[in-house]
Ligand binder design. Structure first.
Ligand SMILES: Cc1ncc(COP(=O)(O)O)c(C=O)c1O
Length: 384
């Protein structure tokens, strides 16, 4: 019996998965090698070829990739890491895993990404790294962030979790920053169920990352297998078990066979929304800076000051019409975890405003034309 969670409902999102992924995973299971092995290596090569980068180190999650990236960048206990407060808890989790403290900076009102002009004021003598987050699939201004980092001797880690396939000045994210991370969670551009990757062009960083993700062992299981047991691993550092399984990697390879379609279909749906929704009073479509080609992993609308409905009312009405929509990103400094740090909303006016005035509507390959039209027509009707 199939378990259809999406009956009579326009889903908010659904990953594009089919028999290709199923067969790919089945072959791995029947091969007997299910942990990190030849398929992970192949998936990493497929990703590296696509992005045009030297090294991809696949892991069990993007959070793990950010943690390892920070550790390799030299982030230590008590250091400060600058990040936008307008993001998910995973970014703070990775900073905390590295032993550091998040220093929140508000976002730009147009891009919803960390506002580069506010970063310098947040730098302390303990600041080691700027964790940029390309939110909602939209690249931030990487050159400007790099300029600030170079000036203050800081490392830039670009968390492009939501932005696999997005381009900055015509090149895929991952090519420019010393460290870039991606997520393969089902809400992202491609999925391996759970999963992530660290991307770098630096040989030494890549070597360290491969060691740290697999318990700190100097050689991988695959290398030992190929050497027929003739090499012995050494431990120069303690590491983690952040390995991706070969079953996940096989799913990822099948997903990469469709990556051109996934990217172009999302862009097509975004263009359609842009065209149809830009004329609805009270609604503002997403801003795209000249330097960016977004991945359109999500589609976020903003209410203008003259909107007649609140986000809550819109979500309620869309839900009544069987359309799944979601609140926009909520500012992390308001979460109970940060109570003791006494953050003030006044220090984050942009993200506080965006949290109350933005919402996500469905966008994903597999959303039919009929469904997308229905979303547009319903929004047109309720915003009148
Ligand atoms: C911007 C951002 N970074 C990192 C993550 C964490 O990714 P993962 O679940 O693969 O650890 C997410 C997940 O939602 C995210 O949205």
């Amino acid at each position: 019996m199939t378990n259809n969670l999406f009956e009579n409902q326009v889903p908010f999102m659904k990953p594009l998965l089919g028999e290709e992924e199923w067969y790919a995973m089945k072959d791995v299971i029947l091969s007997g090698w299910v942990s990190q092995g030849p398929k992970v290596q192949e998936f990493e090569q497929v990703l590296a070829n696509f992005l045009g980068v030297k090294h991809v180190i696949a892991m069990n999650a993007c959070t793990s990739a950010m943690h390892i990236g920070m550790k390799i960048a030299g982030v230590k206990y008590g250091d400060d890491v600058i990040a936008a407060n307008f993001t998910c808890m995973a970014n703070v989790n990775a900073i905390k895993m590295a032993g550091a403290n998040p220093i929140f900076v508000d976002v730009d009102p147009k891009t919803y990404n960390i506002d580069p002009s506010k970063i310098e004021a947040a730098i302390t003598p303990k600041t080691k790294l700027v964790l940029n987050i390309d939110q909602i699939g939209l690249p931030n201004d990487i050159d400007e962030l790099q300029r600030i980092c170079d000036k203050h001797n800081l490392i830039l880690l670009d968390d492009a979790a939501t932005a696999f396939g997005a381009k900055y000045k015509g090149e895929f994210l991952g090519k420019k920053a010393l460290l870039t991370t991606f997520s393969f969670h089902p809400r992202k551009m491609i999925t391996t169920g759970e999963g992530g990757a660290l991307v770098t062009n630096d040989d030494k960083i890549a070597e360290n990352a491969r060691i740290l993700r697999a318990t700190g062992a100097s050689v991988s299981d695959l290398e030992r297998h190929k050497a027929k047991g003739m090499i012995l691993q050494k431990y120069y550092d303690s590491g983690y078990n952040y390995r991706m399984t070969d079953m996940q990697a096989a799913m990822g390879i099948a997903q990469m066979d469709r990556i051109d379609y996934i990217i172009s279909e999302r862009a097509r749906q975004a263009r359609y929304y842009n065209e149809k929704l830009s004329t609805i009073p009270g609604i503002q479509i997403p801003f795209v800076p000249e330097y960016a080609t977004p991945a359109w992993s999500s589609y976020c609308l903003k209410l203008t000051d003259d909107a007649k409905l609140t986000v809550e009312e819109i979500i309620a009405k869309m839900t009544e019409n069987n359309i799944s929509v979601r609140y926009g990103i909520q500012p992390l400094h308001q979460e109970p975890f940060f109570d003791a740090m006494n953050f003030k909303d006044d220090d984050f006016p942009v993200s506080c405003h965006l949290a109350k005035n933005t919402f996500f509507i469905p966008i994903f390959p597999g959303l039919t034309e009929k469904e997308q039209n229905y979303v547009v027509e319903t929004l047109q009707k309720i915003m009148k």
